[in-house]
Design a protein around this ligand. Structure first.
Ligand code: SF4
Ligand code: SF4
Length: 394
C-alpha cells in the first residue's frame, strides 16, 4: 500500500479543500464574521462550543507533523489524557499549539484517580488535592493556562460519578479559570454513567464509548439522547479503532464514524488516528455523513460483532479467580492490535500493578466472556509487552 506522508497528504487532501478552508472560529466567543466552511459542525450542548464532527484524540506520543496537518485541515477539537509516563504527548501538544491563538482550538484533558478496578468505586487515594495536582501538572506540560474541558475520567459506576472530592476539585478548577467546562468519561457500564451525568446537573459534557460493535448500543443511544436533551455536550469515543481484521471483515472506519454521527445527539468524535492515511479517511467524514452502499453493507455485517471491542460488561471481574482486571487487559490488547499503539498498551499494563505471574495457577480459565473471547490467550499475548523496553516502542 502506498505510504502517505504529510506532504502527500496535504497535496491530495487538504489543498483540495483549500478553497473553503480558513482558520476556523470554533465558538461564539470568536465572532460571527468568519466564513463558514463546508465542514459539518455541531454544538456541544449548552456549552455553546462549536466543533467539527471530527476531532483528534492524541493518545500516544503522537506526531507533531500529524497534529499540524490536522490543524491545517480544519480540526479544532483536540483531546488527551493527563500524565501518561513515557508518552510526552502533552509536551508535544504544547509545542504544536505554541503560536496558535488559544481561542481557535478546543482542548480537553482527562484526569483519572485510582479506583478499585473490581468494583469501579474510589479508594481513599482519590482526593480533591490529587485531582487538582494532576490538572496543574497537565497544564504545565501543555503550556496552557486553562483547558476548555476537564474530564472526570474512566467512570464506571453511578456512585463514582458523584464522588465528592472529584466534584469539589472540578468546581474549584472551574472557579480558578483552569477549566471552562466540566465533563465525565466512561467506557464501561456506559448507560449507567451517562444517565448519572445527565441527572447530575453538574457535568456539562459526557464522553462515552459508542459504536456499532456494542451489544447494548440501543441502551447507550437512549442514555445519550437523555444527556443531549438535558443540554450536555456528547462526544463519542471508541468508535472505530476497535475494529479488527481478526473477524475477517476488512475494517471500514468511515462507515463506523458515519454510523455514530447519524445519531444527531452525538456532537463530536475524537478518533485517535495515528498516521496520515487514517487521518485522510477520518477527515472525509467531516464533510459527508451519507453512507455509501458498501458502508451500509459493512455495517450490516459487523453490527453487534465485537471485533476487538470489550463490551465493558464486567462479568469477567467476578469470575476470574485471581481478580485480574481483565477488561483493562482486553483494552490494552485493542490498543496494540486495533489502534497499533503498543506504547499505549504498555502504559496501561504498567498502571495496573499486576502480579508477575499471570494465569499460571488456574487449571482452566473460569471466565466466560460476553464476547466469547479466550481471554487467557489474549492476556498471555499482550502481557509480553511488559518485557519490551519502552524505548523500542515510543
Ligand atoms: S486463567 Fe482465567 S480465571 Fe485464571 S487468572 Fe487467568 S483470566 Fe483469571
Ligand atoms: S466479559 Fe468480556 S466483554 Fe465483558 S468486560 Fe470482560 S472481557 Fe470485556
Amino acid at each position: 500500500m502506498k505510504k502517505i506522508n504529510r506532504r502527500n497528504f496535504m497535496k491530495s487532501s487538504v489543498t483540495g479543500m483549500a478553497g473553503f478552508i480558513c482558520n476556523p472560529f470554533t465558538d461564539k466567543r470568536q465572532g460571527k464574521n468568519q466564513k463558514e466552511r463546508k465542514l459539518i459542525y455541531r454544538t456541544l450542548g449548552k456549552t455553546g462550543i462549536r466543533v467539527p464532527v471530527i476531532g483528534m484524540g492524541i493518545l500516544s506520543s503522537g506526531s507533531p507533523a500529524l497534529m499540524r496537518a490536522a490543524l491545517d485541515a480544519g480540526i479544532t477539537h483536540f483531546d488527551s489524557t493527563a500524565g501518561q509516563p513515557q508518552i510526552h504527548n502533552e509536551e508535544m501538544i504544547g509545542e504544536v499549539l505554541k503560536g496558535v491563538p488559544r481561542e481557535s482550538v478546543i482542548f480537553g484533558t482527562k484526569i483519572h484517580l485510582l479506583q478499585d478496578y473490581k468494583t469501579g468505586l474510589y479508594t481513599k487515594a482519590a482526593t480533591e488535592d490529587e485531582f487538582l495536582k494532576k490538572l496543574d501538572m497537565a497544564l504545565k506540560r501543555l503550556k496552557m493556562d486553562y483547558v476548555d474541558i476537564v474530564y472526570h475520567h474512566m467512570v464506571s459506576r453511578r456512585e463514582s460519578a458523584f464522588h465528592e472530592p472529584v466534584m469539589k476539585a472540578m468546581e474549584k478548577a472551574k472557579k480558578a479559570g483552569k477549566a471552562r467546562f466540566l465533563g465525565i468519561t466512561t467506557h464501561s457500564n456506559i448507560p449507567e454513567v451517562v444517565h448519572a451525568a445527565a441527572d447530575s446537573g453538574f457535568y456539562e459534557v459526557v464522553m462515552a464509548s459508542y459504536n456499532n460493535r456494542q451489544k447494548n448500543h440501543k441502551l447507550v443511544k437512549e442514555a445519550i439522547a437523555k444527556a443531549a436533551d438535558r443540554g450536555l455536550g456528547v462526544v463519542a469515543i471508541k468508535v472505530i479503532r476497535g475494529d479488527w481484521k481478526e473477524d475477517e471483515i476488512p475494517v471500514n472506519p468511515s462507515a463506523s464514524l458515519k454510523w455514530v454521527l447519524q445519531d444527531s445527539n452525538v456532537h463530536a468524535t475524537i478518533p485517535a488516528f495515528s498516521n496520515f492515511e487514517e487521518m485522510g479517511v477520518d477527515l472525509s467524514v467531516m464533510e459527508d455523513l451519507k453512507l455509501t452502499a458498501s458502508e451500509k453493507y459493512y455495517l450490516k455485517r459487523v453490527t453487534s460483532v465485537p471485533g476487538l471491542y470489550c463490551q465493558g460488561c464486567g462479568q469477567c471481574l467476578q469470575q476470574c479467580s485471581a481478580e485480574l482486571p481483565v477488561p483493562d487487559l482486553m483494552r490494552a490488547y485493542m490498543y496494540a492490535y486495533g489502534y497499533h499503539q503498543p506504547v499505549l498498551a504498555q502504559n496501561l499494563i504498567a498502571s495496573l500493578a499486576l502480579p508477575r505471574n499471570l494465569c499460571e495457577d488456574c487449571s482452566s480459565c473460569q471466565v466466560v466472556c460476553l464476547n466469547e473471547w479466550n481471554v487467557v490467550e489474549k492476556i498471555r499475548d499482550i502481557i509480553r509487552l511488559r518485557d519490551v523496553p519502552s524505548g523500542f516502542l515510543v
